[in-house]
Design a protein around this ligand. Structure first.
Ligand code: HEC
Ligand code: HEC
Length: 328
């Protein structure tokens, strides 16, 4: 066949329409306008927060859809087109400089978000997210309302849990240091409370703990662990003053397992985040040793057996000792 200008144009148009069909036609045909089972309409404050999200280019760093290959926040549910009904414009974003936010609602307490928007370094000391303090209090409140709605009905359940626990946390905090410690430690399962730190508090481990503390905790709990980091004035209850835990030690020799459990899981209802997605197990034990040695002058490392395994607690409780080599 001879190449003519007419043929060239026809060919180019065919390629154009074929790719338009694949890129636009097919997705539109598979999309549904039907709300998904988690969808709900936005309130007016959430809607205004959504506008702020679009206007401020949050989507240059955050996406709003969970894919099958994701591990991060909310990864247990893959996004569906029905999650985005009546969102104008629905900007999904493709950059994931920051975490995906489509299930962000209820991940943190409202006061965490406020401190984080005013200055992300307050809650996440090495964050590169810009500060949004210039938006002012009212707009930050609306942005927070939108962020807390992300995940819709699934988020509502998490937000309700945050609020319920917040009431308890505030009551405990207002009842004084002893009552607060009692409440905080009451949240830790019984088997974790008498668990000593299985890793030695060697100088190297303490330095590792210090570094992790600086990267994740310092702007809430403060450089000397007194809970007076720059985030503190935005948080209620404020970050724990670790030195108050010296009271706990008067009647108790264990603190490692409590620290471990609280750092791993966070304290729902307060701004204390969970770190199980950021820190491996051994790093959390290093942190626990660092908190103890630096702020309490005490760690329970080496009271119990070294290293930890699945049956640790039972063996420790039963005073188990491995049989000697001769099999006695
Ligand atoms: C330059 C990139 C960038 C921009 C722009 C940006 N963020 Fe972020 N964001 C990040 C990074 C990185 C993190 C993770 C560290 C942290 O917690 O700050 C993050 C974290 C977050 C988190 C906490 C997620 C979690 O649970 O850990 C929220 C909520 C959030 N951003 C909302 C926003 C909103 C709303 C905007 C727009 C007003 C925005 N971000 C703009 C980079 C960005
Ligand atoms: C956004 C602020 C914030 C950050 C960041 C933060 N915390 Fe907290 N932390 C809190 C708040 C708030 C509490 C609870 C205070 C209360 O209810 O009285 C708390 C409580 C705790 C407790 C409970 C202690 C106990 O005996 O029950 C531990 C342990 C702790 N934080 C360790 C850490 C460590 C380690 C990091 C860093 C990996 C960290 N926190 C990061 C705010 C924060």
């Amino acid at each position: 066949m001879k190449m003519t200008p007419a043929l060239l144009i026809v060919g180019a148009l065919m390629v154009f329409w074929a790719s338009t069909f694949v890129i636009i036609g097919l997705p539109v045909m598979t999309m549904s306008d039907k709300p998904s089972e988690i969808w709900r309409p936005m309130t007016s404050a959430e809607r205004e927060g959504h506008r702020l999200y679009v206007q401020n280019g949050c989507s240059y760093c955050h996406s709003l859809f969970i894919r099958i290959n994701d591990w991060d926040i909310g990864a247990e549910r893959i996004a569906e087109s029905g999650d985005y009904v009546a969102q104008e414009p629905a900007i999904l974003g493709s950059e994931r400089t920051g975490p995906d936010l489509s299930q962000e609602g209820g991940e943190h307490s409202d006061d965490w978000h406020k401190a984080h928007f005013i200055n992300p370094r307050y809650t996440s000391p090495i964050s590169l997210m810009p500060s949004w303090e210039f938006l002012g209090e009212e707009k930050i409140r609306k942005l927070t309302a939108y962020i807390q709605a992300l995940g819709w009905k699934m988020a509502d359940v998490r937000v309700a849990r945050q609020q319920q626990w917040k009431q308890q946390a505030v009551t405990a905090y207002e009842s004084g240091a002893d009552a607060n410690i009692k409440w905080l430690h009451g949240q830790v399962p019984v088997v974790w409370r008498p668990m000593p730190n299985p890793y030695p508090a060697s100088p190297a481990a303490l330095l590792r703990g210090k570094r992790i503390y600086q990267e994740f905790c310092i702007n809430c709990h403060g450089p000397i662990g007194d809970g007076k980091g720059p985030a503190a004035s935005h948080l209620y209850p404020p970050p724990l003053d670790f030195t108050t835990l010296r009271r706990h030690l008067e009647a108790n020799r264990y603190i490692g397992g409590i620290f471990y459990y609280q750092i791993m899981n966070g304290i729902t209802g307060t701004a204390m985040p969970y770190f199980k997605k950021h820190l491996e197990s051994e790093k959390i034990w290093d942190l626990a040793n660092y908190l103890g040695v630096s702020f309490l002058g005490y760690t329970d490392a080496n009271i119990g057996p070294r290293g930890i395994d699945a049956s640790f607690e039972e063996l420790w409780r039963n005073q188990y000792r491995p049989p000697s080599k001769t099999g006695e």
